[in-house]
Design a protein around this ligand. Structure first.
Ligand SMILES: Nc1ncnc2c1ncn2[C@@H]1O[C@H](COP(=O)(O)OP(=O)(O)OP(=O)(O)O)[C@@H](O)[C@H]1O
Ligand SMILES: [Mg+2]
Length: 234
């Protein structure tokens, strides 16, 4: 589905991504894990064309997308839930969700997706007429993910959805991703919560200072010496 081939990115003259390659197959749940400032957000921004790579190619369903503007990438079915659970504070929860559906060309089915989101995140249904600013951190993250799903994406990209949440809430968010995947949406997640996420994903990539240093099945990575030493302190 998604084939990222040798992309390199610099901010000014500083190299941030160095020959990064990875694959996401349709229906999979894939994670890129790495520490602070490894380049995780930059990968997702590059895929959404918010940052441009000076080298490499990105293919989505065998079609190059690396020269398209952000709105065309969204229209192809790639939905990006950015870092920091940004939502519209002054819009209601329902309005926030409807904004997420603006790229769709099947507007007649949008209310059906809205009901699906309310089933997946019951708190959003209860609070649908309240302003975004009234939500707690965990609820905002649920809204941000649901808004991304309102686009009915073929690929949902999540940037550290667990950041700043309590361990219980962050686990809940990561498990919700698993549920979304079971319902048929392909997911690419970038995370620092290495253990929680690698337990659930089909495939993981380890990013260190802008380079993919290891890849494999989630469970395999968790058992590897490198992950145990570098990220789990074992
Ligand atoms: N616009 C920018 N200009 C210059 N440097 C930047 C810019 N954006 C990010 N960087 C730098 O690029 C590196 C990678 O940043 P990035 O945000 O991709 O990391 P990350 O893995 O998402 O980190 P975190 O886990 O803290 O979110 C960092 O050193 C960061 O300071
Ligand atoms: Mg980041």
């Amino acid at each position: 589905m998604l084939k990222v081939n040798d992309i390199s990115v610099r901010y000014d003259l500083i190299s941030v991504l160095d020959n990064v390659s990875f694959l996401v197959e349709e229906g999979q749940f894939v994670a890129i894990v790495g520490a602070n400032s490894a380049g995780k957000t930059t990968i997702l921004k590059t895929l959404s064309a918010l940052v441009s790579a000076f080298q490499g190619t990105i293919e989505f369903f065998n079609e190059r997308i690396d020269h398209l503007p952000p709105y065309e990438i969204a229209a192809k079915g790639i939905s990006h839930v950015p870092e920091g659970r940004r939502i519209f504070d002054k819009l209601t929860i329902k309005e926030n969700l409807l904004v997420g559906a603006h790229v769709r060309d099947d507007q007649q089915d949008v209310l059906e997706t809205l009901e699906e989101m309310y089933a997946l995140f019951p708190i959003l249904k209860q609070r649908q007429t309240q302003k975004g600013e009234t939500l707690s951190g965990g609820e905002r993250q649920q809204l941000a993910i649901a808004r991304g799903l309102m686009a009915k994406p073929r690929l949902l990209m999540l940037d550290e959805p667990s950041l700043g949440l309590s361990p219980i809430l962050s686990n809940k968010v990561i498990h919700t991703c698993e549920e979304i995947r079971r319902k048929g949406t392909t997911i690419l997640i970038v995370e620092q919560k290495v253990t929680e996420v690698l337990k659930l994903v089909d495939r993981g990539y380890v990013l260190q200072r802008g380079q993919i240093i290891m890849e494999g099945k989630g469970e395999e990575l968790l058992e590897s010496d490198l992950i145990r030493k570098a990220y789990l302190g074992l």
